[in-house]
Every structure is written in C-alpha cells, then in structure tokens.
Ligand binder design. Structure first.
Ligand SMILES: CC(C)(COP(=O)(O)OP(=O)(O)OC[C@H]1O[C@@H](n2cnc3c(N)ncnc32)[C@H](O)[C@@H]1OP(=O)(O)O)[C@@H](O)C(=O)NCCC(=O)NCCS
Length: 165
C-alpha cells in the first residue's frame, strides 16, 4: 500500500535526509551523547564505514525517508567479530508509529544474514519510546553505567542492552 512504511538498504543519496533525522535526535537530547549537528561530509565518511556487514537501512513512507538504522562495529578485537552495535533514529513527526519496530526487525534479519550472533545497544533509561521498543523486541537490560557520559555539562546514566540472535 502507498502509505505503508517500507524498509530498504540506504543509498548515498539518502544521506542528507539521514543527517536531518540524526540531527533531530541530537537536538532532542534523548538519544545520544553527541551534541554537534552532523553535516553531509561527516555522514559521507560515516556511510563509507558502513559497507558490507555494517549496513544502513532506510524507512520510507509515501516516498519520504522517515527513519534509519545501522549496524555499527562494536569492537575492532576479533573476539567480538560476531557482536554489532546498533543505531536507530526516526523523524520527530513519525515517532511512535511503528517505524522503529520495522527498522529494527529488518536490521535484526540483516544482522543474522551478516553472521552476527548478538546485537548490543547503549541507551538512556529516560528514552521512553526507545525503552519500550527495545524491550518489546526482546532486548535484555545488561546493566546501567552511572555517570557514564557528560551531556551539556551534566553526567548521564547509560543503559547497556543486548539481544542474542
Ligand atoms: C526510539 C525510536 C527509534 C523508536 O522508534 P519509534 O518509531 O518511535 O517506535 P515504534 O513506534 O516502532 O515503537 C513504539 C511503540 O510501538 C510498539 N510497536 C510498534 N510496532 C509494533 C509491532 N508491529 N508489534 C508490537 N509492538 C509494536 C513498540 O514496541 C512501542 O511500544 P509502546 O506502544 O508501548 O510505546 C524513535 O522514537 C526515535 O527516533 N527517537 C529519537 C531518537 C532515539 O532516541 N534513538 C534511539 C537512540 S538509543
């Protein structure tokens, strides 16, 4: 159907829309310890590092890019080769409408295909939509790092979560 959310592999021509959605997440201070807005040159370098097993997915609705998700390297140590870290960002006006779910379900499938045995993520416990999505997707809380990062001069708590595939 025309207005359904669909998910596909991201392309270089998506990077401006991907940056815009990422920057909303950065501005909202609920998603990441990043505080600087990202430009196209930053995203192009990032995309170059997301090839092969570390893919980027784009969610579309009615021809508009409304969200993205990626598998990121967790560690360069070969013992952790089967572990991927993930990112997921949905445009403000489309949050809470199933795009995150669709992106993560497809990302999980890709992760299996790309021979990862585990997904990990780092999130803020106060990120309500994120918490509810990850728990419903079967992620387990590993633990909480106290005063793990600094955001606008204040310590923040970071929760580690994992899902065995
Ligand atoms: C966190 C974020 C990615 C979640 O994505 P989303 O599209 O808003 O979330 P969804 O609509 O898919 O899921 C939200 C809710 O619907 C549920 N849901 C959606 N589709 C579902 C389905 N098919 N079956 C079951 N549950 C579903 C989710 O589990 C969740 O539960 P809730 O109703 O109890 O809140 C998004 O809100 C966002 O981009 N926020 C800002 C950036 C951010 O925080 N990124 C994460 C960094 S760690």
């Amino acid at each position: 159907m025309r207005n359904e959310i669909s998910v596909r592999e991201a392309r270089e021509t998506d990077l401006e829309a991907i940056a815009e959605i990422y920057n909303q997440g950065i501005e909202d201070r609920i998603a990441t310890l990043e505080t600087e807005a990202k430009d196209l040159s930053y995203m192009t370098k990032w995309f170059d590092q997301h090839q092969g097993r570390y893919c980027v997915l784009a969610a579309e609705k009615g021809g508009q890019l409304i969200g993205w998700a990626s598998l990121n390297p967790y560690s360069s140590r070969c013992a952790y080769d089967g572990v991927a870290d993930l990112s997921v960002y949905v445009a403000r006006e489309f949050r809470g409408k199933g795009a995150g779910w669709k992106l993560l379900s497809t990302l999980e499938k890709k992760a299996r295909e790309n021979k990862f045995h585990k997904l990990v993520l780092f999130t803020f416990p106060f990120n309500g939509l994120g918490q509810s999505l990850y728990k419903k997707m079967g992620f387990r809380e590993v633990g909480v790092f106290q005063n793990q990062g600094v955001l606008d001069g204040e310590f923040v708590v970071v929760m580690a979560m994992e899902k065995l595939l």
